[in-house]
Design a protein. Structure first.
Length: 476
């Protein structure tokens, strides 16, 4: 849209916050306190690599400490900067409040292109960055608990946890200083898939409400819905895989760094992922037609658009041409405040980031609780649960053996019913419950107040009121 200035990511978050705050009854002082970012720590440190000292710049920003620890990922990317981590930290505050994980919001970042370094170098860099944050309690199980984000994963989290253990040899809760760790290093089942799984649960919940589906000019279920996914990283890959293999959705386009792939009949997500792993991009992949101008596929006709990569990809430059009636923000901040307005005016329904991608922090919460309780979920009760189920099944079998009743158990029932839930099933159940409850709380505000016309403002209102309630209850 000509003439209009594109707000920065941080401005976008503020504009969205202000839109909600204007509809709330809060003192200006409290509103300001919740809006601002409490502190951002910048660190520059040197690491000797390939015979030379290289200096890196990293950040850890704490947006709100109304609950502690504060929580949020650490990203590795060249364009990381203070404004970005502050915007992301603010989103973490509201995300945690919305899904009721008992954390304040934080975020960290390191200016680095991780592809330029080998594993040993990345370990040296990560340990050094972690050292700087740990010694200032910016990584600590009771104060600040990082997690993976863009460019980081289980491997980096394991190095951070180990670095913390070396510096805090007697802290029995040390493993809870970071989440997203590998399973053998204190992680939890289902954390890697969690954000993508959360996107799936969010969409399932949306489609449970026909009135909401109608507002997006759609009907029916997820079955057969045509989706465009931007970014086949951890979040985009899992969301696309689960939606296509478990809900019957069709992934008609995948957009990556080097272009996009299009196939009206649906792409095989795993084959595309394997191709990218082998060739570094989607070009040449026989699964679909290659489109060199990847972002143009954001404008393709489809039912659901799933931006799962960077912030700001839907902006004033393309918002008016976006055809999807429903957008689910799997990434943080993929729609700028300007684009948000254009899309709202067009009637596009946007399932906002702070809800849509909250699956990651939700399962991080379970991991943190697991670390603090020093026991895997289900370990105590699983077999006892199975034994009690067995009692019932034995009794049913005894009764069904009685010919006069003339009924039998359905095939497979016994095995299914007898199996007590393991950690993965419990994690998925907890995540599903969280995503349903958070949607309900947004929905009540969306449909309950005339001035609230979109899910994003509803989400902000729910989150801000929870943060405000917490400040009011305990004082500042
Ligand atoms: N980096 C993820 C996010 O943006 C996960 C944060 C966490 O698990 O603490 O939500």
């Amino acid at each position: 849209m000509e003439g209009l200035r594109e707000p920065s990511f941080r401005d976008s978050v503020e504009i969205m916050f202000n839109r909600a705050a204007a509809l709330m009854d809060m003192s200006p002082g409290l509103e300001e306190k919740i809006r601002v970012c409490n502190a951002t720590y910048t660190v520059r440190f040197g690491v000797r690599l390939r015979g030379k000292i290289q200096t890196f710049t990293g950040y850890r920003s704490v947006h709100s400490e109304h609950m502690e620890p504060v929580k949020g990922g650490i990203r590795y990317a060249l364009n990381v900067n203070q404004n970005e981590v502050e915007a992301l930290a603010a989103l973490m505050t509201f995300k945690c409040a919305l899904v009721e994980t008992p954390f304040g919001g934080s975020k960290g970042g390191l200016c680095i292109d991780p592809r330029l370094y080998d594993e040993h170098e990345l370990e040296q860099i990560t340990r050094r960055f972690a050292y700087e944050l740990i010694k200032r309690d910016l990584i600590n199980p009771s104060q600040n608990v990082p997690a993976p984000d863009m460019g980081t994963g289980e491997r980096e989290m394991a190095w951070i946890a180990d670095q913390y253990a070396r510096m805090n040899t007697t802290d029995i809760n040390g493993r809870a200083c970071v989440t997203g760790k590998p399973l053998n290093g204190g992680g939890i089942q289902g954390r890697v898939e969690a954000t993508g799984r959360g996107v799936q649960y969010a969409l399932r919940e949306f489609f449970r409400h026909p009135e909401d589906v109608r507002i997006a000019n759609l009907s029916g279920t997820l079955d057969g819905k045509r989706c465009v996914v931007q970014g086949l990283g951890n979040v985009g890959y899992h969301a696309a895989k689960f939606l296509s293999s478990e809900d019957g959705a069709k992934i008609i386009a995948i957009i990556e760094r080097d272009g996009g792939l299009y196939n009206e009949n649906g792409l095989d997500v795993d084959r595309v992922r394997d191709w990218i792993a082998a060739h570094g991009g989607v070009q040449g992949c026989p699964e679909g037609t290659y489109v060199a101008d990847g972002p143009s596929l954001l404008e393709a006709a489809c039912d659901i658009l799933i931006p799962a990569a960077l912030e700001g990809v839907i902006n004033l430059g393309n918002a008016a041409r976006i055809k999807a009636p429903l957008i689910i923000e799997a990434a943080n901040g993929p729609v700028t405040a300007g684009a948000d307005e254009v899309l709202r005016n067009k009637g596009t329904v946007i399932i906002p980031d702070m809800y849509a991608n909250a699956g990651g922090v939700t399962v991080s919460y379970f991991e943190w609780v697991k670390n603090l309780s020093h026991i895997r979920f289900g370990r105590i009760q699983r077999r006892q649960e199975e034994a009690r189920h067995e009692l019932i099944v034995n009794e049913l079998e005894r009764l069904s053996a009685d010919r006069e009743l003339g009924w039998t158990l359905s095939p497979g029932f016994k095995e299914k019913y007898l199996r007590g839930a393991d950690e993965l099933e419990l994690v998925r159940s907890g995540l599903d419950d969280t995503m349903r409850a958070a949607y309900q709380s947004m929905r009540e505000v969306w449909h309950g107040r005339d001035e609230v016309t979109d899910l994003r403002v509803a989400a902000y209102i729910v989150s801000i009121s929870r943060v405000a309630a917490s400040y009011r209850a305990k004082g500042l």
